[in-house]
Design a protein around this ligand. Structure first.
Ligand code: ASP
Ligand code: MG
Length: 418
C-alpha cells in the first residue's frame, strides 16, 4: 500500500478535487489518502479563534465565510441540496455549538479544538467525491486513532497506542482507499490535538511507518524539491533525489517543502518519499530515500525568516559551557522554544529561535536572576548546504551579518531582515 498526501493548495477548490481524483485514478494499489484543510482554511480558522477567544462577536461572520467557501465547493462538485451539504452542515453546527456554549480554555487547547475542523470538512468532501468514482472508499477519523499526548498545538505521538489503533482501523479487508485528516490527532481522553502547522506531511509519514507503506507521495504545487525558493532565486533547480539526511537538514534549516518531523518515521522504516507536482502529475519530482546522491552537487539555499537572536551571559562571569548550559537549555525546553542555531563563547551564548515573542519573554524572565539575556528581533537565518564562495557571495550580498557558522558541508549566517 501507498500513502498519498494532498496539501491545502491541491484542494483549494472544486477543480483541485477533480484533479486529485484524476491522480488517484492512476493508482491501482491500496491507498491511504491524507488531506489537509482546503486552501487557506487553517489561517481563516485561526482568525475565528482569535476573534472568539476575547469575545468579539464577529467571529461568527468569519466562520460564515469559511462555511460559504465549503458550500460553494460542494455545489460545484455535487449540485445543490445534496446529502453532502447535509454532512457539512452537521459538522459546522457542532463547531458553532461549541463556540456558543463552551467555557473558554487556554489558547493552545482551544486552537486544537477549533482549527482542526478544517481537516474534518476537507476530508468529508474529498471522500464523498471519491466515493462517486471508486468502489470501497472509506472516511476515517484520525482523532480516534492517531493518539498523542496533550501538548496542544505541538502534540507528541504516542506510538504504541497509535500503532494498535491504526493497524486495526486501516486493515484494507473491505476497502481499497481510505481518506483521512492530516495535521490532527487526539488524546486518549478524547480531546483533539494538532501536530504543528503544516503537519500533514508528518501524518503521512506516521501512517506510512505504522502500516509499512511501500512509499509516500506528497503532491505539491512545485515540481519537486528545489535547491532554493524560486521566490528569491528564480533560477532554482529541481533536485532529482536527496537523502533523508539532506532532507532533514534542509527542512530544519527552514526549507518549507516538508515538515521537519516527517523524515524520521520514514527513515526508521526505509520508506521512500516522492515529492511530485499535482499540476504536472506525469513528471517524476524528487525522491527522498536512503541511498540518494545529489548527482551534481549544487548549493542549496535556505532562508528562515522571522527569527530572534538571543544573547545570554551568566551574571557572575562564569563559563557558559559548564552547568550553565544545561540550566539554559532546560529553560528553552520547558517553555517550548525550538532552537535553530547555537553559538557559544567563553562567557556568552547566542541562540537563534523563531519569533514567538511571548515565549521568549517568559524565557528571559525565567533566566533573569542568574543571566543577562537580551535579544535582537527582525532577524533571518540563511543556510547554504554544499556552499561555494560564489554561493556565499550571492546570498550575503548587501546583508549585515551578525553571526556566521561554518562546517564542511554547511554555512549559516544570522543577518538582519531586509
Ligand atoms: N492545514 C494545516 C496547515 O495549514 C496542516 C497542513 O496543511 O499540513 O498548517
Ligand atoms: Mg495547509
Amino acid at each position: 500500500m501507498k500513502v498519498y498526501k494532498f496539501g491545502g493548495a491541491s484542494v483549494k477548490d472544486a477543480e483541485g478535487i477533480r484533479n486529485l481524483t484524476k491522480i488517484v485514478s492512476g493508482e491501482t494499489d491500496k491507498l491511504v489518502i491524507v488531506v489537509s484543510a482546503f486552501g487557506k482554511t487553517t489561517n481563516a480558522l485561526e482568525k475565528v479563534l482569535k476573534a472568539w477567544l476575547p469575545g468579539e462577536s464577529d467571529y461568527a461572520v468569519l466562520l460564515d465565510e469559511v462555511y460559504n467557501q465549503h458550500l460553494s465547493v460542494i455545489a460545484d462538485l455535487f449540485g445543490s441540496g445534496t446529502e453532502e451539504k447535509g454532512e457539512i452542515d452537521i459538522s459546522f453546527a457542532i463547531l458553532r455549538d461549541y463556540l456558543l456554549t463552551s467555557l473558554k480554555g487556554e489558547y493552545d487547547f482551544e486552537y486544537d479544538q477549533i482549527v482542526s475542523f478544517g481537516e474534518i470538512w476537507s476530508t468529508i468532501i474529498v471522500s464523498e467525491y471519491l466515493k462517486k468514482h471508486f468502489n470501497s472508499v472509506s472516511w476515517c477519523d484520525i482523532r480516534e486513532n492517531l493518539i498523542t499526548d496533550d501538548r496542544y498545538r505541538d502534540a507528541n505521538v504516542l506510538w504504541s497506542e497509535s500503532t494498535k489503533r491504526i493497524q486495526r482501523i486501516f486493515d484494507f479487508t473491505r476497502e481499497r482507499i481510505y481518506v483521512t485528516q492530516g495535521f490532527i490527532g487526539g488524546t486518549a481522553a478524547g480531546h483533539t490535538t494538532t501536530l504543528g502547522r503544516e503537519g500533514s506531511d508528518y501524518t503521512a509519514a506516521i501512517l506510512a511507518n505504522i502500516l509499512d507503506a511501500e512509499c509516500v507521495v506528497v503532491w505539491k504545487d512545485v515540481p519537486g524539491i528545489l535547491n532554493a525558493d524560486p521566490k528569491w532565486f528564480p533560477e532554482a533547480l529541481k533536485l532529482d533525489e536527496i537523502s533523508y539526511k539532506e532532507a532533514v537538514e534542509m527542512s530544519f534549516s527552514g526549507a518549507k517543502v516538508i515538515h521537519p518531523k516527517t523524515i524520521k518515521p520514514l527513515h526508521n522504516k526505509n520508506i521512500p518519499m516522492y515529492v511530485r507536482s499535482f499540476l504536472d502529475p506525469e513528471k517524476n519530482g524528487t525522491v527522498i530515500k536512503v541511498d540518494a546522491t545529489l548527482r551534481k552537487v549544487v548549493p542549496v539555499f535556505i532562508i528562515k525568516e522571522s527569527q530572534i537572536l538571543i544573547s545570554i551571559l551568566p551574571k557572575d562571569f562564569s563559563f557558559v559551557m559548564g552547568d550553565n548550559l544545561s540550566r539554559i537549555f532546560h529553560s528553552f525546553i520547558t517553555h517550548g522554544i525550538k532552537v535553530n542555531l547555537v553559538e557559544a563563547s567563553a562567557v556568552s551564548i547566542d541562540v537563534c529561535v523563531d519569533d514567538e515573542r511571548s515565549k521568549v519573554d517568559v524565557l528571559i524572565s525565567d533566566l533573569k536572576t542568574e543571566f543577562t539575556a537580551v535579544y535582537n528581533d527582525k532577524i533571518e537565518m540563511l543556510t547554504i548546504r554544499h556552499y561555494t564562495s560564489d554561493a556565499i557571495a550571492l546570498m550575503t550580498k548587501g546583508r549585515e551579518i551578525l553571526l556566521e557558522q561554518k562546517t564542511r558541508s554547511t554555512v549559516r549566517f544570522v543577518v538582519r531582515q531586509e
